[in-house]
Write a protein that binds this ligand. Structure first.
Ligand SMILES: Nc1nc2c(c(=O)[nH]1)N[C@H]1C(S)=C(S)[C@@H](COP(=O)(O)O)O[C@H]1N2
Ligand SMILES: [Mo]
Length: 515
C-alpha cells in the first residue's frame, strides 16, 4: 500500500460534498425553489406509488421528506467514496459517475416542467464543475505519492512528508470551505424562506376557491385537465434570480399621463373589491400543439378601478408595465379597461400567487399573450403612448400588440398511439381567448372535416375541451384539428412560426388503427 484507500475515499467524499455545497449556494443565490438534492427528494415523493407513500407517511409522519433527504445524502456519500476509490485507477470512471449523478440532478430539477426554467439547472452545472475540479485537486498529491512509491525500491515508501502535507492541507481547506459555503447558502436562502412563510400566512380578502364551471368537461379521460395546478403551470420569464418580494414592502406606482400619481401598497390592494375569473394564459412562443398554456382561477383587483383613481389623461394609449426585476411590456389601455376585467392578480387557484408566478402581484389580461400583458412581480405602471414606450420583447422583433391567435390541440389519442379501428374518439383543447370557440372539427388523412362536440364553460376567456368521433379504417393515419371562433372565423391552416406574433397552422398527430 503506497497510499491508504481511506485517503482516496476521503478525497472523493470531500470533492462530492464541495459540489453539493456550491450547488446549494448557487440555488439560494438565484432564489431557485429547490436545491438539486431537495428536487430529487420531491420527485421521488411524487413518483412513489400512492400506497407506498402512505405507508411511509404513516411510519414517518411529517419527517418523510427530511428522512428521504438524509437517505439521499447517505447514498451520495457512499457514491462519492466509491468515486474516490475509482480515481486511484482511472480518471474517466469518476467523471462518468459524477456525470451520471449530475444528469439525475438536472432531470430532477427540470422534470416538473411547470415550476422550472432553464436557469434552474445552473446549480447542478456548478456542482458538477466543482466535483471535477475538487477531485483533481485532492487526488493530485495522492497520485504523486503513489507514483513516488512505485518508483522506489522500498515497498513501504509512500511519498515524502511534503506530499502528505499537501493532501492534508487540501482536504482541510476543502472541508472548511464546505462548512462556510453551507452556512452562506443558508443565510442567503433565509430571504426566500421568510417570504414563503409570509405567503403562507397571508390572508387575502375576497378570494374564493376554484369550482369547476358546469359544462366545462367533455368527458374524455386523458384530455388536458380543465384547471392547471400551479405546480404544472408553464413558467416563462427572463429573470436569472427569481424576485422574492416581501408583500409588506411591495407597492405599485401608477404615474405618467395621469391627473394624480398614486402609490398603492399590498394592504390597500388587498382591501379593494376582487374580481375572479377562469382565464387561460398562453405564451406567444407556444408552437402549434405545444404546451406553453395553462388555465387557472385568478383573483385580483380590476386594473380599471386603479386607473379611474389616477385619472388617465386624454391622448394616452397604453401602460408601460415594469416588474421588480426590470422586465417591461406595453399593454393597450383599451384592453386594460374594457369589460374583460384585466386584473392585478393576487391569487391563482385560490392561493396567493406562487413566487415563480409573480408573488405578490401580477397583471393578467384575457386575450393577450403573456409577453405583452401578464407582468409578474409588477411594481410600476406608466400611462403613456405607444410611440413613447417599448417593452422588453418588441425591440427583439416581436409584435407590438400580441392578441392571442385561435388555436387547437389534439390530446387523445397521443402521438404514435395505436387504437382499435372503427369509431375512434379524438379529444383535446381549443382556445380563442375573449372571442370564444364555437366549433371544433377533425379531419382524417386530409379528408372531409367532421364536426365534434365542444364543452362550453360559460366564459370566452378560457380554453375549451372538445371531443370528436370519426370512423377509421385499419392502418396508419394522421388526424388534424381546427377550430372556429364565435365570430365565425375558421382557424387558418397556413403555417406561421411563433415569431413575431404567434404560431398558426393545424395541429396533427400520427396514429395507427388495428382491426
Ligand atoms: N417579470 C416578468 N413577467 C413576465 C415575463 C418575464 O419575463 N418577466 N414573461 C411573460 C411571458 S412571455 C409569459 S408567457 C408569462 C408567463 O407567465 P407564467 O410564468 O406565470 O406562466 O409571463 C409574462 N410575464
Ligand atoms: Mo411568453
Amino acid at each position: 500500500m503506497k497510499t491508504t484507500r481511506g485517503a482516496w475515499a476521503l478525497a472523493g467524499v470531500l470533492a462530492g460534498a464541495a459540489g453539493l455545497a456550491t450547488s446549494y449556494v448557487t440555488a439560494n443565490v438565484l432564489s431557485i425553489r429547490q436545491s438539486p438534492v431537495v428536487a430529487i427528494a420531491e420527485d421521488i415523493i411524487r413518483l412513489t406509488p400512492g400506497d407506498v407513500a402512505e405507508t411511509a407517511i404513516d411510519v414517518l409522519g411529517h419527517a418523510d421528506k427530511p428522512v428521504l433527504i438524509a437517505g439521499i445524502m447517505v447514498f451520495l456519500v457512499l457514491m462519492f467514496a466509491v468515486v474516490g476509490l475509482l480515481a486511484r485507477r482511472t480518471w474517466w470512471a469518476p467523471t462518468l459517475v459524477f456525470l451520471a449523478l449530475a444528469l439525475v440532478g438536472g432531470l430532477a430539477v427540470l422534470l416538473p416542467k411547470g415550476s422550472g426554467n432553464a436557469t434552474d439547472a445552473l446549480p447542478v452545472a456548478v456542482g458538477f464543475v466543482t466535483w471535477l475540479i475538487g477531485l483533481s485537486v485532492l487526488v493530485a498529491p495522492l497520485r504523486k505519492a503513489e507514483d513516488a512509491g512505485a518508483a522506489s525500491d522500498d515497498p513501504a515508501y509512500d511519498g515524502d512528508d511534503a506530499t502528505r502535507r499537501g493532501f492534508l492541507i487540501g482536504a482541510g481547506v476543502m472541508a472548511g470551505s464546505i462548512g462556510v459555503l453551507t452556512v452562506v447558502g443558508r443565510l442567503v436562502g433565509a430571504g426566500r424562506r421568510e417570504v414563503e412563510r409570509l405567503r403562507n400566512l397571508l390572508r387575502l380578502t375576497g378570494v374564493t376557491q376554484p369550482e369547476l364551471p358546469p359544462g366545462a368537461l367533455v368527458g374524455v379521460d386523458d384530455v388536458t385537465p380543465w384547471m392547471t395546478k400551479a405546480d404544472d403551470f408553464y413558467r416563462i420569464d427572463t429573470t436569472i434570480a427569481t424576485p422574492v418580494i416581501d408583500p409588506t414592502e411591495w407597492s405599485l406606482r401608477i404615474h405618467g399621463m395621469v391627473d394624480r400619481e398614486v402609490v398603492i401598497t399590498f394592504d390597500e390592494l388587498n382591501e379593494l373589491e376582487k374580481t375572479e375569473a377562469w382565464v387561460t394564459l398562453n405564451c406567444v412562443s407556444n408552437p402549434v400543439g405545444g404546451n406553453l398554456i395553462g388555465n387557472a382561477w385568478w383573483s385580483g383587483v380590476r386594473v380599471a378601478t386603479l386607473l379611474e383613481r389616477v385619472g388617465v389623461q386624454a391622448g394616452a394609449e397604453a401602460v408601460l408595465q415594469t416588474s421588480d426585476d426590470g422586465w417591461t411590456c406595453v399593454t393597450p389601455l383599451e384592453v386594460l379597461t374594457d369589460d374583460r376585467n384585466a386584473m392585478l392578480a393576487v391569487a391563482m387557484n385560490g392561493d396567493p400567487l406562487p413566487i415563480e408566478h409573480g408573488f405578490p402581484v401580477r397583471t393578467l389580461v384575457p386575450g393577450l399573450y403573456g409577453y405583452v400583458s401578464a407582468t409578474k412581480w409588477v411594481v410600476d405602471f406608466e400611462v403613456t403612448r405607444f410611440a413613447d414606450a417599448q417593452g422588453y420583447w418588441t425591440p427583439k422583433g416581436w409584435g407590438e400588440r400580441g392578441p392571442v391567435k385561435m388555436s387547437s390541440r389534439i390530446d387523445v389519442p397521443g402521438s404514435g398511439d395505436s387504437v382499435d379501428a372503427g369509431e375512434v374518439v379524438f379529444a383535446g383543447i381549443a382556445w380563442a381567448q375573449h372571442t370564444g370557440i364555437a366549433t371544433v372539427e377533425v379531419a382524417i388523412d386530409g379528408g372531409a372535416w367532421q364536426e365534434g362536440v365542444v364543452a362550453h364553460p360559460g366564459t370566452d376567456d378560457t380554453w375549451v375541451q372538445w371531443r370528436a368521433v370519426a370512423d377509421v379504417e385499419p392502418g396508419d393515419h394522421v388526424v388534424r384539428v381546427r377550430a372556429t371562433d364565435k365570430d365565425g372565423l375558421v382557424q387558418t391552416g397556413t403555417v406561421a412560426d411563433v415569431l413575431p406574433d404567434g404560431a398558426t397552422g393545424w395541429h396533427g398527430i400520427d396514429f395507427s388503427a388495428s382491426s
